[in-house]
Write a protein that binds this ligand. Structure first.
Ligand code: ATP
Length: 366
């Protein structure tokens, strides 16, 4: 069993709390992505699991064994670093075999494991080269190969794609996902890139300021973010947020900003009526705002007066930056629609997709 459990894990560096009371379980054979902004504590959490950092308090378990006092080499974990950390004077074969030799593994077994990993990664023809004779993508494969030959219970990846160009990143992303399916082992993958997180993870753990915000499937994180931080972090362009207030009148519930007032859909009233009269943050994703002239009916939409401020033509869609009073917002719309800079337009918000966040109890809210 190679599940991994963080149990109230805290890691401090002097006054800096890098990991703050982290508790969650990564299931056996799962592909879990740890995501969050730079400095949020992802790498520290991963290094603590690998045994490269001693935790300040709490407990880390692999399977049902507490590993706090077990040295890194005995944790049965292999880590792939952002820098790859290959030995420059060794060939690819020697780089991959090195850890096995240290363990005094028989030669034939080393040969078998390196050959098998090389075949999985399609690097057989590179085994006699030195790292300087490899491209960035090939070095990255060798770094993964070095992890595979150890046949560990858990693989850890720390931003392994950040040194690759955009095209190679997409390709390698797919390869690592396939590798997970093939090896059927627990993968824990750290990234600050939300696209990588969404496309690779079976579940994603979002961290901010060392604190776990939400762990869920990619789709649930996107559709049902637990708080404003998660909502704003997942998705590009980011979700639009407005300071607002909830108001009841005539048996209906409205969300009101200083420039617009929209009815909350009937099926959501029960969820939000406790916030009546309170300050909230209203959220709507750019793809849930559209020009009613260009759209089919059947969506429960509310119209908001806006002025077109900037257009970004992406090819397959347009990002329309708008002003509603003093509020900026962005809509992702069909490339066939036409907008003029400075034009006044009525945009429709699909209220079935709106989000309401608690403005008073959330540390990221002003
Ligand atoms: P990035 O995506 O930039 O790598 P991260 O989310 O992996 O960031 P960590 O590297 O885990 O973040 O750092 C978390 C916090 O702990 C940061 O404030 C960082 O400055 C601090 N930190 C990390 N390592 C040390 C260290 N060895 N000594 C002191 N502070 C550290």
């Amino acid at each position: 069993m190679a599940s991994v459990t963080f149990n109230h894990v805290v890691k401090k560096f002097g006054d800096v709390i890098a990991v703050n009371d982290l508790s969650f379980t990564i299931d056996d054979k799962e592909f879990l992505v740890l995501v969050g902004p730079s400095g949020c504590g992802k790498t520290t959490a991963l290094r603590s699991l690998a045994g490269l950092e001693e935790i300040t308090s709490g407990e880390i378990m692999i399977g049902d064994q507490v590993v706090n006092d077990i040295p890194p080499k005995d944790r049965d974990i292999a880590m792939v670093f952002q820098s790859y950390a290959l030995y420059p004077h060794m060939t690819v074969f020697e780089n991959m075999a090195f850890g096995l030799k240290l363990r005094k593994m028989p030669k034939e077994e080393i040969q078998r494991r390196v050959d098998e990993a090389a075949q999985i990664l399609d690097i057989q023809m590179l085994l006699n080269r030195k790292p300087r004779e490899l491209s960035g993508g090939q070095r990255q494969r060798v770094a993964v190969g070095r992890a595979i030959v150890r046949e560990p219970k858990v693989f850890l990846f720390d931003e392994p794609l950040s040194n690759l160009d955009a095209k190679l990143r997409v390709q390698t992303r797919k390869e690592i996902t396939k590798l997970h399916k093939r090896l059927k082992t627990t993968f824990i993958y750290v990234t600050h890139d939300q696209v990588e997180a969404m496309t690779m993870g079976t579940r994603i753990a979002v961290i901010n300021h060392g604190v776990l915000q939400q762990v869920d499937t990619p789709q649930n994180l996107y559709d049902k973010p637990a708080n404003q931080f998660v909502a704003g972090f997942m998705g590009s362009p980011a979700m639009n947020f407005f300071q607002a207030k909830l108001e009841k009148s005539g048996g209906k519930l409205f969300v009101a900003t200083d420039t617009f007032k929209l009815e909350i859909p009937k099926d959501k009233v029960k969820t939000y009526e406790a916030y009546d009269g309170k300050k909230v943050v209203f959220g709507i994703r750019p793809e849930d705002i559209y020009n009613p002239e260009y759209s089919s009916s059947g969506i429960q939409a509310a119209e908001v007066e806006c002025k077109v401020d900037l257009l970004e033509l992406m090819g397959d869609e347009i990002y329309v930056y708008l002003m509603s009073g003093d509020h900026d917002l962005v809509a992702r719309v069909d490339p066939r629609s036409r907008y003029e800079l400075g034009e006044n337009v009525k945009m429709a918000f699909d209220m079935s997709k709106m989000h309401i966040f608690d403005a008073e109890n959330h540390p990221d809210n002003p």
